[in-house]
Design a binder for this molecule. Structure first.
Ligand code: FAD
Length: 265
């Protein structure tokens, strides 16, 4: 794999190029490992597409494509859908509506210092942080989807997506354990945002110094004091998070207004 030119980026921004590359990879690589979707897989894929169609705060053409895909999946009376049929629809729709997802993966905030590091898993975290924050900002967005009745619907859909499709099976096992241990307690949209943040930091702590750690992006508690000074406090010499400020920061960082279209096609 030839290495690509480095793309300068700002760590205080979220890049639509990463979010679109996440969707590209998910649809064209991760899903392609399944020659057809049926039963639980089909159900989980439908839910994922619905959540993105309703909550994705990036480019309108991406939302439109996900809406079309969602409507189509929900209207099909089939118990089983060949993966190729999903891809044909995506390709067709892209031809009609013009550019949607780039023909290539383009990591920006998720670039790794060498191939194999960061990229897709980084962008999948980013996507779900964005979706939890968008859900908090638009409480009624999921109304009518059947998902609104569950507590923490975005987390539930993430849990099922990871369990069913995420290519890193070890990651999926870990995440399922964490979800089983604590996701049930999440009762509000604010808690949904904070649960994912906290869980992501637990994973960071576990992976610090491991093989998947990019030396240019060492795993550390996030946000750093440089990104969010007000998130950090000291209590009798012990570091504590100021959760109210963390929530504020997450709303800002993963909010629609902080998305950068730079490097996006
Ligand atoms: P990532 O951890 O991918 O983070 C991406 C970006 O999110 C960071 O650059 C930062 O801007 C931001 N961020 C960092 N921390 C937080 C936070 N707490 N809250 C909000 N935003 C944050 N790898 C394994 O080896 N073992 C595992 O068990 C494992 N489990 C995983 C489970 C899930 C659900 C996912 C999506 C990935 C998992 N991975 C696991 C992959 C691993 O977590 C990283 O995604 C990967 O190593 C790439 O790391 P990264 O440096 O790009 O940063």
């Amino acid at each position: 794999q030839p290495s690509e030119p480095w793309r300068d980026f700002d760590r205080s921004k979220v890049y639509t190029a990463d979010l679109e590359s996440a969707l590209h990879y998910l649809l064209r690589v991760e899903l392609a490992a399944h020659s057809s979707l049926e039963g639980e897989e089909l159900q989980v894929f439908k839910e994922f597409v619905t959540v993105v169609a309703k909550l994705y705060p990036g480019r309108g053409s991406v939302v439109k494509l996900m809406e079309t895909l969602s409507d189509w999946l929900l209207s099909l009376p089939l118990q089983q859908i060949p993966y190729q049929a999903v891809m044909d629809l995506v390709d067709n729709k892209m031809k009609i509506s013009g550019v949607f997802l780039g023909a290539e993966l383009r990591w920006v905030g998720c670039q790794g210092s060498r191939p194999g590091l960061r990229g897709y898993p980084c962008s999948l975290w980013t996507l779900f942080h964005v979706l939890t924050v968008q859900h908090e900002a638009t409480p009624t967005a999921l109304d009518g989807t059947g998902l609104e009745a569950q507590a923490a619907p975005v987390l539930q859909v993430m849990r099922r997506y990871i369990r069913t499709f995420f290519g890193c099976r070890e990651c999926a096992r870990h995440f399922e354990q964490a979800a089983a241990a604590g996701m049930e307690q999440v009762k509000s949209r604010e808690e949904e945002v904070l649960w994912l943040w906290n869980q992501h930091n637990r994973v960071n702590a576990r992976l610090a110094g491991s093989l998947s750690d990019d030396p240019l992006f060492p795993k550390a508690p996030w946000p750093s004091p440089a990104l969010c000074p007000a998130c950090h406090e000291e209590n009798n010499g012990v570091h504590v998070w100021n959760q109210d400020n963390v929530l504020q920061f997450l709303r800002h960082h993963y909010g629609a207004a902080n998305l950068s279209p730079r490097y996006s096609l």
